[in-house]
Every structure is written in C-alpha cells, then in structure tokens.
Design a protein around this ligand. Sequence first.
Ligand SMILES: [Zn+2]
Length: 472
Amino acid sequence: MSRVALAVALAGATLGCTDYRELVRPGPEAESILVRDVCLFPATGPECFEHVDVLVRGAKIESIRPTGAEPPPGAFVVSGRGRTLLPGLVDVHVHLLASSAPPWRWALPDPEHNLQAYLYAGVTTVCDLGGPIGDLADLREEVESGEIPGPRIFYAGPMLTAPGGHPTGVVEETVPWPVSSLVLSRIAREIETPEEGARAVDEVADGGAGVVKVALDDLPPGAPKLDLDLLRAIVERARARGLPVAAHVRKAPDAVAAARAGVGLLAHGVLGGPLGEDEARILGSLRIRVAPTLASVEGYVALFEGEWKPNALDREIEDPGILADLTTGTDLATREVGPGFTAFLYEMSDHRATWASSVGRLHEAGAVLLAGTDSPLLGAIPGASLHREIRALGECGIPPAEVLLGATSRAASFLDRQGRFGTIEPGRIADLLLVEGNPLVDLSATARIVLVVKEGRIVERFVPEGRLEAAK
Ligand SMILES: [Zn+2]
C-alpha cells in the first residue's frame, strides 16, 4: 500500500464510516409485472395515456393495452390508479467515486452507497463524467453481474483538459495535498498536443468508456483552458471511435466554441455568465444538448450563503452526519476552501439571476435540455438531486413534458444509440418509475416514488432506521 493510500485508509478509519449502505435490494423474482390502470408517459413524445395496463415479462416490456385484461398467472400486480408510469430516470452527469460530504468532513467516498442511492431515487441509468476508469469499469461489472445493486453505468473516465486546467485548481483547493495529486492523476489527463489528445481518446475508448469528457473553462478564474485545436483533434478521434463528447463549460463563448467543435453535450452550460441572443441562436441551431446542473450549482450557492437545506428525499438517502455538516452553520464563506474556489462561487452567485432566462432561452432556440446533477458532490445528494434538477428546469419555464423527455428518452439516446432503454414501448428494457400523481401537471410528483423497476426486476426500497423520522 502506498503512503497516500495508507493515509486515505487511516483517515477513513479514524473519522469513522457510518454504515448507511442498505437503501435497496433486488426484489423477489416475478415472472411478470403488471402495472394496471395507470397514466402512462412512455417518453416517446409529450403525451401521456390514461387507463393503460403495462405488462413486463423478464427484462423487457411485453405489452401496453387499454386496462381490463386478466393478469398472467404468477404476475406481480401493482395498481396504477392516480399514479403515473414513466421510464426509469437517466442522470447524464454523475461522479460515482465522489461524496456529497463537504471537504472539511473528510468522508471517504462510498460508491456502493451512491449506486444504491440512484436506484432508490428511481434513477436507473447514470453517466459518470469524470473519474478513475479502472474503478468505474469494475463497478459496472459488479452491477452487471448482480454482485451489487445499482443503475446501468456509462462512463467517460478521466476528463481531458489543458495542463493545469479544470479540475486541477478546484481539486487542489478542496482536497488536502498529497491526496489532491492522487485524485487528479485518476480523474484528469493533461493534453498538450493533438497526438496526445487522440491517444487519450483511444485509452478511454479501450477502457470501456461510452463518452469522452473534456473541460473548457477558466476555473478557477484565470486557469488555463484547453486549446481549440486540441479540442477539435479530440472530437475527431472520438468520432472515429464512435463516442460522443461531453464538455464541461460554464460560459457562453466556451459553450459556442465547444458546440462548433462538434461536442454533443454541454455539462453545466451557461450558468457562469450571461447568454446573448446570438449565442443562443448558434447553440440552438446546432441542436446542442445541455445539462445545466442547476440544482448542484444552486446548492453550492446556498451552501456559500449558509442556506442549504435537505429535503425529504435527501434525508432518506444520505448519511445524517453528512447532512448535519452541510446544514449546521457550515457555510462555505467561513471555510477554508481556497481563494480560487471562493472567487468561482462569487462569480456563480453574481449570475444567479440570469440562470432561468438563459436556460429558457436555450430551450426556445432549439437546444435540447437534459437532466444531469454532477452528484454526488458537495451538497448534491446522489439520486435525490435529479428530482431537484427536474423541478429546477421546470422553474425555468421549460414545459414539464420537455423536462421529463430530457430526464428519460432524450438522455438515453445520447448514451445509447441502439435505443435499448429510455422509453416504455414493447421490446424495450423495462426500466420503470411509478409515482404518485402526475408529473406532467406537477413536476415535484417525480419524487413521490411508489415503485422502481430496473431491467424487469423490482427494486426493494427501504429507508435506514431513524431516517423516516428525520424525513418528516
Ligand atoms: Zn462533473
């Protein structure tokens, strides 16, 4: 064991790891599942269909019919009255090997907890946009083999960036040395020449990545940004390998540059500055996908101002100690998070008033909004934060059906060209979320979860002891 690994292990041991793992288990095997008389949002368009029976057999959706037929023998039957069935949610921006604890808590990340949290919250597919590729490949294998419960995993591996570019500054300011160097060597690759860029794409593609992640942002303010020629070389190689590219951007000029270079998804988008009409028009005409991560950035700003508050789903999912640390008098302004990170928070906070109009303008111009959370990171609780994001997108004036499409089929089609999941249609993989009420009327209904099904298997959800009390 290296000295760094030993230090990390000792820190974890001395600080104590709460056992908060048991959030979900694979439910009993049923030959088929019938959701009866439900309002169905199949995510094939903006409509929902009332009084429908949806039959799942094995891992797939078998049929969708007007309600009334007898359930097949041995079927697990669930009432859909007053409820809506939608495809399992897709979070296009997560970091499975991170933690929602604040940096001053020194909690060791718990990827198994994170995976359980997503499933608990009805998120049946995630895309990790920046993390250690070997660990991610292992996690995916463990989930696919049924060893641990979790959503379907796509990943990018390390993000490609300029020497000293994002995430260098943020990690160095929030994680103590030498752990920061270890973290950076696992989650980022510095690119100096087009050949290095192409090689890095080959490396992640060979490591099982489903997407390539790049960073194009002067974060913290003044940090070097990836050269556009290098970005184009990366996009070209990714295309040759059949992989889409996601770019961390924060400001409109970088968003436009990335979209013009052929990037397919903007992570964060344009929350770090204003968005002009012309810029919106260009982004819209390129039909760029944008996952604004409003909820996590809102969360940062709320923490910064000492106003972060957990909601019921956060409390059901996350360790009470982490929530207490995020809530009780731990505003970032009084913490040593480094001048660069503080400057970033001021910058984001300054533009808060423009977020809703920028996101609304992107939508009107023709950009495709997807749901992503950047969770789990500082105050972004895995799983729960996607429901915050869904509401936040609605508050930007995006129609509920559009928000839900961005959290299901449109996100799935970015990740999976074979169209195996993301809609409720016969023959598709049965990833399902049954909720109380109708999210097309009130988006907060997505968090009122009745049933989660992943690949035709019911997910047994339960709240660890003591959490239900706290969640009231
Ligand atoms: Zn991220």
